[in-house]
Design a protein. Structure first.
Length: 209
């Protein structure tokens, strides 16, 4: 309908892997969609299966590749500290992100939400969590909470890995250069400067800043 009505629109959306193909992505891009956001979560099939994601790693790779082919940007949502996470699976996720080359990426620490099976399992071990109402939402995805119950990593490990993840992705010379090449006006430069400063601050100080 956007194309039929010749509407000049620029938009983004979230997509679940397995619900789009190359033809649909090309049509979306033609209609003004310049970025899709994907819950990639991890580069490890076993961890995806542990949380019943219902997605194959190969499907993730194919979807992102299609986006690259049609000229669409990709934002990848990643999670660290999923059930079964180890130091090696974290490293594997880092390598997977480097392989699929999303345009942007965010990393968060898996947080058991009240009402989910994972939370029910955790609260049996840590009854002090109660109904979850005391969780500090300001740092809900940057500070680990009870992850040691279902991973091999401590809260300190996970917080450190989140900062490392941003450093590995955004502070690459090649990535910085590619973003500078996209600057076409002062507003673009302002946004890039603010975003870069925020990444530097988080990498260096984490939530302490």
């Amino acid at each position: 309908m956007i194309l039929d009505e010749k509407l000049a629109m620029s938009w983004i959306c979230s997509v679940k892997v397995g619900t789009v193909d190359r033809e649909l992505l090309a049509l979306m891009h033609e209609a003004g969609c310049h970025m899709i956001r994907i819950g990639v979560e991890t580069g490890n099939q076993e961890l995806l299966d542990n949380v019943k994601k219902g997605v194959r790693i190969e499907e993730v790779e194919q979807t992102v590749a299609w986006c690259h082919e049609v000229g669409m940007e990709v934002h990848a949502h990643m999670m660290l500290g999923m059930p079964g996470e180890t130091h090696e699976t974290v490293r594997k996720s880092f390598r997977f992100v480097e392989k699929i080359r999303p345009t942007t990426v965010t990393y968060g620490i898996t947080t058991p939400y009240p009402g989910t099976p994972l939370y029910d399992d955790v609260v049996e071990k840590f009854p002090e969590l109660g109904d979850g109402s005391q969780i500090d939402v300001r740092s809900i995805h940057t500070n680990g909470r009870a992850n040691e119950f279902y991973t091999q990593l401590s809260a300190k490990d996970l917080s450190g890995y989140v900062r490392e993840a941003y450093r590995r992705f955004y502070l690459r010379p090649g990535y910085i250069l590619s973003q500078l090449k996209r600057v076409t006006n002062k507003e673009d430069l302002r946004r890039l400067t603010i975003a870069g400063a925020n990444v530097f601050d988080f990498v260096l100080r984490g939530d302490e800043g």
